[in-house]
Design a protein around this ligand. Structure first.
Ligand SMILES: [Zn+2]
Length: 290
């Protein structure tokens, strides 16, 4: 029996969810999202937040971090606006934790970061360095990260390769080097008060990611974006042992749905109940201050 079956009420926290609506999948995603769908042989479908919440509650998930998206300068696609993320959060305040997104290539990114926290009450930030086309270790972004550290909120950075633009000539111009977690190590070293979550097993740089999570007290990782059966064995081993206080559950909804993720987790993880509780909700509760 898994710890999920023992829950009287939903308790699990999904640290990584996108909108199952056109705002993310069609508008912000554009052609690069259609490439990803083609690659996996799926159609892009959209549905309502109420449906998402019901699906999550059935799976024992109480909360989901809903991520903003602004890669407008690099991709030309419109953002999932921060005001929209805050609106959706306000409709489901017990369910969603809202994370904003600022485009580091825009002149007003520092002001927008402040507005996200102080005016919109968003709980953190998400960066997708490949889609946004920037190197987080570049001095040019120092002011933005200093400001976010002062705001006292956590930050999610993308980790590893991306399926966006997959198979298209030139990958639609997206550069996967920006997904190397070693670039985030610089940010973590220079901003020790900033809690950082490197999203996804960072293929093909999982070992670098594990090393950073071990060495930097302020760096964590999640298991989103991959079914557990495809996750590198060393990541699974570390998640059960030395990094059991650092690794968190995440889906990358709606690309991966919780039921499928949990099925695969049960097949390959064989972790103790105590470790499962840490991965599924305890680590996220303390990282997010829930
Ligand atoms: Zn994602």
């Amino acid at each position: 029996m898994s710890v999920r079956d023992m829950l009287d009420e939903p308790r699990i926290v999904d640290t990584h969810a996108h909108q199952p609506t056109a705002e993310f999948l069609e508008d912000a995603g554009g052609e690069m999202m259609r490439d990803a769908a083609r690659k996996f042989g799926t159609e892009i479908e959209t549905w309502e937040y109420e449906t998402m919440r019901e699906e999550y509650h059935e799976q024992g998930i109480a909360r989901a971090v809903l991520l903003g998206w602004d890669a407008e300068t690099n991709t030309g696609n419109p953002p999932v606006p921060n005001d929209y993320v805050a609106e959706v959060r306000d409709e489901f305040p017990d369910f969603f934790v809202g994370f904003g997104s600022v485009d580091p290539l825009k002149d007003d990114c520092v002001e927008e970061a402040v507005r996200c926290v102080e005016d919109l009450g968003l709980s953190g930030f998400k960066f997708q360095q490949i889609a946004q086309g920037f190197d987080p270790s570049d001095e040019a972004h120092r002011d933005l990260f200093d400001t976010i550290e002062d705001l006292g909120v956590p930050v999610v950075f993308h980790g590893g390769n991306s399926t966006l633009g997959a198979g298209a000539p030139g990958g639609r111009g997206l550069k996967i080097k920006y997904g190397n977690p070693m670039l985030v190590d610089d940010v973590a070293a220079e901003h020790p008060e900033m809690p950082i979550l490197i999203a996804h097993p960072a293929f093909p740089w999982e070992r670098e990611q594990l090393a950073i999570c071990q060495q930097k007290g302020n760096v964590y990782m999640d298991l989103s974006g991959w079914l557990p059966k495809y996750v590198d064995e060393q990541v699974v081993h570390y998640a059960k042992t030395v990094l059991q206080d650092k690794v968190m559950f995440g889906t990358d909804y709606p690309m991966i749905r919780p039921e499928r993720w949990f099925e695969s987790f049960d097949e390959v993880f064989d972790a103790s109940d105590a470790v499962q509780r840490k991965i599924l909700w305890e680590n996220a509760e303390s990282f997010l201050g829930l």
